[in-house]
Design a protein around this ligand. Structure first.
Ligand code: ADP
Ligand code: MG
Length: 643
């Protein structure tokens, strides 16, 4: 094309495309899901702009917020078109090739370590999955701020962008044309067809049906209508002049597939008196067939939504197409002053590197809708940071629609929504523990009625804790208001937990009579702590001591002062009281001379005091840190961070 401008793909993008093209990945229909999701995103964007400026929608067909798909059997083209926001020339160049997203290399890394290509959408590079099935792709796009352009690439390291002077004007939006590869033929095998993963349609007309199934599968939770230009067999009555005296095969008319209705055939056999003057033939016509019904799951009555539907919705919402079900969900409808519907999920796994980047790119995973219109998925005002591992959505009836995102952020009902969301989220997490038969508080419950659930719920809280326990700890630090609720969710190992996880309630149930404080010790590992001289005496006296071995635990314990009227005591710090010891007073008296001598001898070495203590058994002496000072472990952590 004479007006084409050529561009090189950014090196990483080019490598990514190579990986995709050469992938032996069998689940190629991933591309369809990604294209539908991009179309839906583009429609969300224009609908959002239209809230404050109706003009952006234009008129006529442009106002229809829909997705249209077509199959061209002769040319082997699958096209998907949306009336979304579209892309300017600049957008096309940047979004589809020259600017690599941060997820590009992360995704390739994942692929090299046996990751599933299915997860491509999570890394923000879903578009390139088109090269799983196509060897040549055209993206035609019209944005309100620009003229119509065509982006095209054969995935050979470069792409071209040209002013579109030959295609039909789109009005607004994007059409993606996939020129399907020959290998797509493998999908024509019978068994492939049966399992519903197939893409070509040139040879077998049944394929159109399969495409419909596939689109249905991926569009179930898309909030815009999706249509397919689909063939349909219709019955038409045509005059029949032939005498039909026998069952002999009939010659079919050229343009239609002819088929005698069964009933008629039967009557023919039974009696040959009635000779029909007309007959029914099947004719192929095309029409826009609506493929999704768009009933938003969160608007439905929670009692009527099945587990499987929630699970499927989670996968589509979170773009998490792994095999695992979400660990828990909470679907509720808030009424009163502030009305909203919400659906929250605990994902089965924490995203890769989630906690390493906690303070850098910890973003909300909640989508905000206002009366079913998607507003934003970057709305950080709905949940506190520590709950950002949750996925889900909020659909508000009270927030105003026609204001900017910035104004929404100031809205008074957000506070109420946030408060309720936190409460529901913590309830949902507590429920994982309440339903887990492995959990301490469930051990004595008669599990007759729980029998069937047992397997599925068993160990779920431990799984939750291993994936997201850190978030609970960060919550205790960040959220004073819910500290006690969060502390209930805390799990740890201790001198008595026998390699399993324990809760504070469980600890309290094992406390010795007369024991006032909850004992804990901090360090880098359980193995190291078990050898600590600070434990000697406590162990001998059969006191339980909690092991806190995560660096965050040091900070945690600066905020978690008490639980159920019991104070926490770091056993390596001053103030350890092990019940009454009548001998101690006498000992202190008789050794006063020695302790005074020590104090003098250590003068100038930063020692506050020298005391006789009952905390030791075999070890002659230990260095103890003051109650409000840094523990030795924290000192070590700070040193390693100071560099
Ligand atoms: P993601 O959707 O996660 O951003 P993709 O690789 O799927 O990543 O898409 C890359 C970008 O290309 C999108 O962010 C968007 O800006 C643009 N894009 C893709 N498809 C469309 C479309 N149908 N309409 C408008 N923009 C699109
Ligand atoms: Mg996408």
């Amino acid at each position: 094309r004479s007006n084409a401008e050529k561009f090189e793909f950014q090196a990483e993008v080019s490598r990514l495309m190579d990986i995709i093209i050469n992938s032996l990945y069998s689940n190629k229909d991933v591309f369809l899901r990604e294209l539908i999701s991009n179309a839906s995103d583009a429609l969300d964007k224009i609908r959002f702009l239209a809230l404050t400026d109706k003009e952006v929608l234009g008129e006529g067909d442009n106002t229809k917020l829909e997705i249209l798909m077509k199959l061209d059997k002769e040319k082997k083209i699958l096209s998907i078109r949306d009336r979304g926001i579209g892309m300017t020339k600049d957008d096309l160049i940047k979004n589809l090739g020259t600017i690599a997203k941060s997820g590009t290399s992360a995704f390739m890394e994942k692929m090299q370590t046996g990751g599933d290509l299915n997860l491509i959408g999570q890394f923000g590079v879903g578009f390139y999955s088109v090269y799983l099935v196509a060897d040549y792709v055209e993206v035609i796009s019209k944005h309100n701020d620009d003229i119509q352009y065509v982006w095209e690439s054969k995935a050979d390291g470069s792409f071209a962008v040209s002013e579109d002077t030959w295609n039909e004007p789109l009005g607004r939006g994007t059409e993606i044309r996939l020129h399907l590869r020959d290998e797509a033929k493998e999908y024509l095998e019978e068994d492939k067809l049966k399992v519903g993963v197939y893409i070509d349609f040139a040879i077998n007309p049944a394929c159109v049906q399969i495409t419909i199934e596939l689109v249905k599968k991926y569009s179930e939770f898309i909030n815009f209508p999706i249509y397919l230009w689909a063939s349909k067999q219709v019955d038409v009555e045509v005059p029949s002049d032939e005498e039909e005296s026998s069952d002999e095969e009939e010659t079919s008319e050229t343009a239609t597939t002819e088929e005698e209705e069964e009933e008629e055939e039967e009557t023919d056999e039974d009696s040959s008196e009635k000779k029909p003057k007309t007959k029914t033939v099947k004719e192929t016509t095309y029409e826009w067939e609506r493929l999704n019904d768009m009933k938003a799951i969160w608007l439905r009555n929670p009692k009527e939504v099945t587990e499987e539907e929630y699970s499927k919705f989670y996968h589509s919402l979170a773009k998490d197409f792994g095999d695992d079900k979400p660990l828990a969900w909470s679907h509720f409808i808030a009424e009163g002053d502030v009305e909203f519907k919400a659906l929250l999920f605990v994902p089965p796994n924490a995203p890769h590197g989630f906690y390493e980047n906690y303070y850098i790119d910890n973003k909300s995973n909640l989508k905000l809708f206002v009366r079913r219109v998607f507003i934003s998925d970057e709305f950080d005002e709905l949940l506190p940071k520590y709950l950002n591992f949750l996925k889900g959505l909020v659909d508000s009836d009270t927030l105003p629609l026609n204001v900017s995102r910035e104004m929404l952020q100031q809205h008074s009902s957000l506070k109420t929504i946030k408060k309720k969301l936190i409460r529901k989220a913590l309830d949902m997490i507590r429920k994982i523990s309440d339903e887990d038969p492995d959990e301490f508080h469930n051990k004595d419950k008669p599990d007759a009625e729980k029998e069937s659930e047992e397997d599925e719920k068993k160990g779920q809280y431990t799984k939750f804790w291993n994936e997201f326990g850190k978030s609970i700890k960060l919550g205790i630090i960040e959220d004073a208001h819910n500290r006690n609720r969060l502390a209930k969710l805390l799990r740890f190992e201790s001198t008595k937990s026998e390699g399993k996880l324990s809760s504070l309630d469980e600890y309290i149930s094992r406390m010795k009579p007369g024991q006032k404080d909850i004992f804990y010790i901090t360090g880098t590992s359980k193995e190291q702590l078990e050898k600590s001289p600070f434990l000697e005496r406590l162990m001998k006296k059969n006191y339980e001591v909690i092991f806190f071995t995560d660096p965050v635990d040091e900070y945690l314990m600066q905020y978690l002062m008490d639980y159920e009227d019991k104070n926490f005591q770091n056993v390596s710090k001053e103030g350890l009281k092990l019940g009454k010891d009548s001998k101690l007073k006498d000992l202190k008296e008789s050794f006063k001379e020695l302790t005074d001598w020590w104090k003098g001898a250590l003068f100038g070495v930063n020692v506050d005091s020298v005391k006789i203590s009952n905390r030791l058994d075999d070890t002659p002496c230990v260095v103890v840190t003051p109650k409000h000072g840094w523990s030795a472990n924290l000192e070590k952590i700070m040193q390693s961070q100071a560099l």
